[in-house]
Design a protein around this ligand. Structure first.
Ligand SMILES: *Cc1c(COP(=O)(O)O)cnc(C)c1O
Length: 368
């Protein structure tokens, strides 16, 4: 049996008729950028997220950058962000001329705590970029309170956590804004690069929309310099088709995760993902912490099971950040995670048998 980490072709086959019809409509309409397809997707996405505004963008990295720009982050400012994340949430801070300040994550949840953020606040701190990693929302209420107390802007990176919700509210609506990636492998993915920013703040929405379109809402308006980062019609139409399926796909991710949890509970050599609040986790990835990680991955590979590493290196230890002169002692949890994490295959088109085959592979590796 072969178990792929992801299977986007299987996803396409499952919704082929709907996707093909939507594509035909866009292609025959002859309006490929800034069309009613984009507007219609933005309206539906905002509504489904529980936000007043959604702005389609070229990708989530641009979304994070434009969010910081719109919130007036500039040289001399500091922005706090997790040491354990994809690089986008950090690099955009530098692109605004501000200083990246990393905070370590919690070993159980892989996300930053309010306490870790508080420890990094100085009188130059202007904002926090929180990442809802692997599909699990960070413990956001205390972070929201902390940001209010210190008058910090709060940006939620929801690139891995579409439609997660916690007692604090729906993902992306708790901070000043939420940013989503629609990169093909994300829970809601386009057929290319795409992203989106949601907010309840009308002024922020307008500012981001202008920044993403050369400083204007219309063709010849240039109130300030911006960039070109737009969601195109084809991607919007595909995303709108997929929106009708996302809840069912998320439920399947949760069901398959439960099988992993049940079968692997006995393995003392691994730590399973924490699911303290079921709706707050949409299982973009199923990440375990494993003893003897390299050998386990090799064993799985021999069984034709694709298991990946998100991420091989914590951000402060990447060459891009050597200028900050950090050592592993500064981020002990992230330093440990980079030795231990393994992402097991998890997507809505896996069968129960495939999940059980992966579990069997892990059990046999540790001699159970
Ligand atoms: C994928 C991802 C991004 C970047 O998204 P793009 O659309 O590829 O720019 C940012 N943050 C996190 C946490 C991600 O997983």
């Amino acid at each position: 049996m072969q178990v792929l980490f992801n299977d986007l072709a299987a996803q396409y086959q499952a919704i082929r008729n709907e996707v093909d019809a939507a594509l035909q409509k866009v292609l025959q309409g002859g309006w490929y950028v800034g069309s009613t397809h984009v507007q219609s997707f933005e309206e539906e996405f905002a509504k489904r997220c529980g936000a007043n505004y959604a702005i389609g963008l070229g990708n989530a990295t641009d979304g994070l950058f434009l969010a910081l720009k719109a919130l007036n982050i500039q040289p001399g400012d500091e922005v706090i962000t997790p040491a354990w994340s994809w690089i986008s949430s950090a690099e955009v801070i530098t692109h605004c001329g501000a200083r990246v300040v990393f905070a370590d994550v919690e070993p159980e949840t892989f996300t930053v705590s309010a306490k870790a953020i508080q420890g990094k606040i100085t009188n130059r701190t202007k904002a926090v970029v929180v990442v809802h990693l692997y599909g699990k929302m960070a413990l956001i209420k205390p972070i929201q309170d902390l940001c209010k107390q210190y008058q910090l802007k709060l940006i939620e990176d929801c690139s891995q956590a579409h439609f997660a919700e916690s007692v604090a509210g729906k993902v992306g609506t708790i901070g000043d804004c939420g940013v989503f990636s629609f990169y093909p492998t994300k829970n809601l993915g386009a057929f290319g690069d795409a992203g989106c920013l949601i907010t309840n703040n009308e002024n922020l929405a307008l500012k981001v929309r202008r920044l993403a379109n050369h400083g204007g809402l219309t063709k010849d308006e240039h109130l300030f310099e911006g960039v070109n980062s737009r969601l195109d019609s084809i991607q919007a139409a595909i995303l709108q088709v997929k929106l009708a399926h996302i809840i069912s796909w998320t439920n399947t991710r949760r069901l398959l995760s439960n099988i992993y949890q049940e079968k692997l509970r006995v393995v003392k050599e691994i730590i399973l993902p924490c699911v303290d609040e079921p709706l707050a986790h949409v299982f973009h990835l199923f990440v375990i912490r494993a003893q003897n990680r390299e050998a386990l991955q090799k064993h799985l590979q021999q069984l034709s099971i694709q298991a990946l590493t998100h991420y091989p290196k914590a951000l402060p230890f990447e060459p891009a950040y050597t200028y900050l002169n950090h050592t592993e002692k500064d981020f002990p949890v992230s330093a440990q995670l980079q030795q231990e994490v393994v992402s097991l295959p998890l997507h809505p088109f896996l069968s129960r048998e495939q999940i059980e085959y992966v579990c069997h592979g892990i059990l046999s590796f540790y001699g159970y």
